[in-house]
Ligand binder design. Structure first.
Ligand code: GLP
Length: 261
């Protein structure tokens, strides 16, 4: 995997937005997998700026969700459907028709998960999947000990993740659902390019375990080591526990510009 150390979150956002723009120039109908949480927001802001300035045409782009809470009404402001519509689909000027996600309100949750995996495949697969990382190393909502071969399915959140996400629910952990639907690790690995963004010292330990530790279900993001095209973009704080930081810096500094991310 490639590790790119950037000065701050804004620089990370710009770098990844440019990679998405380059993809859309090559493949205007690309399927972009997006993540929720605070970390990816600079990516969406930078990509929106590029679209509004005419630097890239995203009008044929398609957007898909990584995960979803189970049981929140679809129009709840913190359902991931609402979050992605608000932060990605609408700013990019896309319609709901270009957007797909799992149905967190379905009576038959497993059928909804299977339907979503089928829909992703029928759409030609994800071209670029943006990922954040949980403080416990989760990607999507694949909590520690998720099967590295897992497909989209229901998961139970750890207490730590519910504590971390309570800030989106007015600080009230009781409002954070216990159950979620998430693309499985195997589903995520099907994307053609994985781009994980991590910023802040709170992610440093999880980043080091994922990049430099063994591939292990205990650290779900370590599964990126199995992917032929995985890029990890970290700010200095999130890179602070990496033993090979100097090597990663030197490698990226010497990288031919034509290679892109
Ligand atoms: C949630 C999402 C993940 C995200 C994580 C980290 O758990 N399901 O996709 O990566 O939060 O969020 P943040 O970027 O806000 O730290």
């Amino acid at each position: 995997m490639e590790v790119v150390i950037v000065p701050d979150a804004q620089a990370g956002g710009e770098l990844i937005a440019e990679a998405m723009a380059a993809l859309l120039r090559r493949k205007p109908h690309a399927l972009l997998g997006v993540a929720t949480g605070s970390t990816p927001l600079p990516v969406y802001e930078a990509l929106t700026t590029k679209v509004r300035s005419g630097a890239v045409d995203a009008s044929r782009a398609r957007i898909c969700q990584l995960d979803e809470y189970v049981g929140l009404p679809a129009d709840h402001p913190e359902s991931y459907r609402s979050v992605v519509l608000r932060e990605v689909v609408e700013p990019l000027g896309l319609s709901e028709a270009s957007f797909m996600g799992p149905d967190g309100t379905a009576g038959d949750v497993q059928a909804a998960c299977d339907d979503y995996d089928s829909a992703l495949a029928a759409a030609g697969g994800v071209d670029l999947q943006l990922l954040g990382i949980g403080t416990d190393g989760h990607i999507g909502f694949n909590e520690p000990c998720s099967s590295l071969a897992s497909r989209t399915r229901i998961k139970t959140l750890t207490e730590q993740t519910r504590v971390d996400n309570a800030r989106f629910f007015g600080g009230d952990i009781d409002q954070v659902p216990h159950h979620v639907i998430t693309q499985g690790i195997g589903t995520i690995l099907d994307a053609r390019h994985l781009v994980l963004l991590a910023t802040g010292a709170g992610k440093a330990e999880a980043v080091a375990a994922s990049v430099e530790g063994p591939v292990s279900a205990l650290v779900p993001a370590s599964a990126l080591q199995l992917h032929p095209h995985a890029t990890v973009v970290v700010d200095e704080a999130a890179a602070s526990e990496l033993k090979l930081a100097d090597y990663f810096r030197a490698t990226y500094a010497a990288k031919p510009a034509w290679q892109g991310l």
